[in-house]
Design a protein around this ligand. Structure first.
Ligand code: GLN
Length: 495
C-alpha cells in the first residue's frame, strides 16, 4: 500500500502545497486502500472518481498558482448520514436505499469548497442509532483492531460513526466526518485509537444531515490527531442561515492557536464519573491523564456533577422522542423505499414501508419515543427528562466556576466483540454513559487516544469544555496526545 496513506490531513495539505506529491497521487493511494479493505465493510459506497476529480481540481489550481483551501488535496470519508448530491445517501437504512439527494449538506459542501475530495460514503449504525455499528442494514463494520488474546474475535468499531473510525484507523482515509448525538464521534474514536471532536451544539450546520435527535445532533471531525481535527473542524464549522440552530459566531483559527501549554487552566475531575462497571485499566488511564495535564501546567481539582447518573435515562427518553418525530417523514411517499401491497390503501402503504424499511433498533426507538410523547405519559417521561436535562446542564454551569475543562474517560470499556452485546440493549446503551452528559448540555467534547489495554485494544480519554471553547478542549487533547505518544496501529489483516 502506498506510503501516502500513512499521512494525515496536515501532512497531505502541506505536501500538496509544497509539491512533494500531487493530490492525485494521494487520492489514488487511498482509493486503492479502500478497494482492498472490503472485509472491514467500512464503506457503503466508494466514490473513487469523486476523489480523483477533486484531486485533479486541486492539482490544476496549484499549477495555476491559485490559493489552495485548508483541506486541499485531502480525500476524506463521508458518514452516510450527510446528504451528498447525486450520491446515494442511506443513513445505513433500507428505507433510504436508493435515495439520491438532489442537494448537498452544508458541512460536506464546505469541505469540498475547502479542497477536500470524497472517497465514499461510510457505514454507520442505522439512523445513527447504536454504539457498535451492528444496526446497519448494510452489515456491521469490522474494527481493524483485534484482541491480542489469541482468539479471533471480530471486534466492534464502536458506533454510530464506526465506518468513520475504522476508515481512519485502518488508513483508508486520513480523516472522516462523524456525527455525535450521544457519543457517536467520541465512543468510536476511543474504540479505534483515533481522535474525534464533537463541537459545541450549533457549530456545524445540521442542514442536509439526516436527523436523529435534532436538539442533540452535531457533526464533527474524526482524524488521527488533534491538529488534523482542528484543521477539519475549521472547514466544517460556520453559520448557516438554513439551520435555525446554527451558531452565528466567527470560526476561530483553531489550528493556529493550538498549544499544549495548559498553565493557568484548571481541570475538573468529576467524582460521579468514577462508576461501578468501569474497567480498572480505564480508571488507571484516567489517573494517568490527570498527571499528564498537570505536567502540562494545569491545576487539577475535584468537582461534582451530581446529576450524572440521570443523564443516560434522560437521553434515552429525549433522543427517541425526537427520533420518533423526525422519522415520521419516512412513509413511502417521499424517499427511497415504497412497499405498496396489492389493493392496499395509504395507511397500509405507510405501515408496510416502515415495517420493511426500518431495522429493529430504529423501531425500538420509534416505539419508545411515541410512548413517552403520548398524551397519558408525556408529563411522566418527556417533561421529566427535559427537567433532568436542565439539571445536567446546570451541573456543568456550576462546575465552570471551579474549572475550565473536565477530564473523564470516553467509555467505561474498550471495544467489545461483535455480537457480544446485541441481545443486551441496556448494556449497549451504558457504553455512552460518559458521553451523554456533554451532549445533553450541548458542550464541546473530544476523545483522544491514551494507550492500549491488556488486550491490545485502544483506550480514549475525554475532554469536555465550556460552550464555544473548542480551543481549550483541543489544547488539552494535544497535551494528552504529546504525552500518550500513541503509536499503536492495527495489523493489516484485511488486505
Ligand atoms: N449510541 C447512542 C445511541 O444509540 C448515541 C448515538 C449517537 O450519538 N448518534 O443513541
Amino acid at each position: 500500500m502506498s506510503e501516502l496513506t500513512e499521512l494525515g490531513v496536515a501532512a497531505i495539505r502541506d505536501g500538496v502545497r509544497d509539491g512533494s506529491f500531487t493530490a492525485r497521487e494521494v487520492a489514488e493511494g487511498f482509493n486503492a486502500a479502500v478497494d482492498a479493505a472490503s472485509a472491514l465493510n467500512a464503506f457503503i459506497v466508494a466514490t473513487p472518481d469523486k476523489a480523483l476529480d477533486a484531486a485533479d481540481r486541486v492539482d490544476a489550481a496549484r499549477a495555476d498558482g491559485k490559493q489552495l483551501g485548508p483541506m486541499a488535496g485531502v480525500p476524506i470519508g463521508m458518514k452516510d448520514l450527510f446528504a451528498t448530491q447525486g450520491v446515494q445517501t442511506t443513513a445505513a437504512s433500507h428505507i433510504l436505499e436508493g435515495f439520491v439527494p438532489p442537494y448537498e449538506s452544508t458541512v460536506s459542501q464546505k469541505l469540498w469548497d475547502a479542497g477536500a475530495g470524497m472517497l465514499g460514503k461510510l457505514n454507520l449504525d442505522q439512523f445513527a442509532m447504536g454504539s457498535s455499528n451492528e444496526t446497519s442494514y448494510f452489515g456491521n463494520v469490522v474494527s481493524p483492531w483485534r484482541r491480542n488474546d489469541g482468539g479471533n474475535t471480530a471486534m466492534s468499531p464502536g458506533g454510530s460513526s464506526g465506518g468513520s473510525s475504522t476508515a481512519v484507523a485502518a488508513r483508508l482515509a486520513p480523516a472522516a466526518t462523524g456525527t455525535d448525538t450521544g457519543g457517536s464521534i467520541r465512543q468510536p474514536a476511543a474504540f479505534a485509537g483515533i481522535t474525534g471532536v464533537k463541537p459545541t451544539y450549533g457549530r456545524c450546520s445540521r442542514w442536509g444531515v439526516v436527523a436523529f435527535a435534532s436538539s442533540l445532533d452535531q457533526a464533527g471531525p474524526m482524524a488521527r490527531d488533534v491538529r488534523d481535527c482542528a484543521i477539519m473542524l475549521g472547514a466544517m464549522a460556520g453559520f448557516d442561515p438554513k439551520d435555525s440552530t446554527s451558531l452565528d459566531m466567527p470560526v476561530p483559527d483553531w489550528e493556529a492557536a493550538l498549544s499544549s501549554d495548559l498553565s493557568g487552566k484548571r481541570v475538573g475531575i468529576p467524582r460521579e464519573y468514577r462508576m461501578e462497571g468501569t474497567d480498572s485499566e480505564i480508571l488507571a488511564s484516567w489517573d494517568q491523564g490527570k498527571q499528564w495535564l498537570q505536567d502540562a501546567g494545569a491545576e487539577v481539582v475535584d468537582i461534582s456533577l451530581p446529576h450524572t447518573k440521570y443523564a443516560l435515562p434522560a437521553y434515552y427518553i429525549i433522543a427517541p422522542a425526537e427520533a420518533s418525530s423526525n422519522l415520521a417523514r419516512y412513509d413511502g411517499v417521499r424517499y427511497g423505499l415504497r412497499d405498496l401491497p396489492g389493493g392496499a390503501g395509504l395507511q397500509d402503504m405507510y405501515a408496510a414501508t416502515r415495517e420493511e424499511g426500518f431495522g429493529d433498533e430504529v423501531k425500538r426507538r420509534v416505539l419508545i419515543g411515541t410512548y413517552v410523547l403520548s398524551a397519558g405519559f408525556y408529563d411522566a417521561y418527556y417533561t421529566q427528562a427535559q427537567k433532568v436535562r436542565t439539571l445536567v446542564s446546570r451541573d456543568f454551569d456550576e462546575a465552570w466556576e471551579q474549572c475550565d475543562l473536565i477530564l473523564a474517560p470516553t467509555t467505561p470499556t474498550a471495544s467489545f466483540g461483535l455480537g457480544e452485546l446485541t441481545d443486551d440493549p441496556l448494556t449497549m446503551y451504558l457504553n455512552d454513559v460518559f458521553a451523554v452528559p456533554a451532549s445533553l448540555a450541548g458542550l464541546p467534547a473530544m476523545s483522544v487516544p491514551c494507550g492500549v489495554n491488556g488486550d491490545g485494544l485502544p483506550l480514549g480519554l475525554q475532554v469536555i469544555g465550556r460552550a464555544f471553547d473548542e480551543q481549550g478542549v483541543m489544547n488539552a487533547g494535544l497535551a494528552i496526545e504529546e504525552r500518550a505518544n500513541f503509536t499503536a496501529k492495527p495489523d493489516r489483516w484485511w488486505a
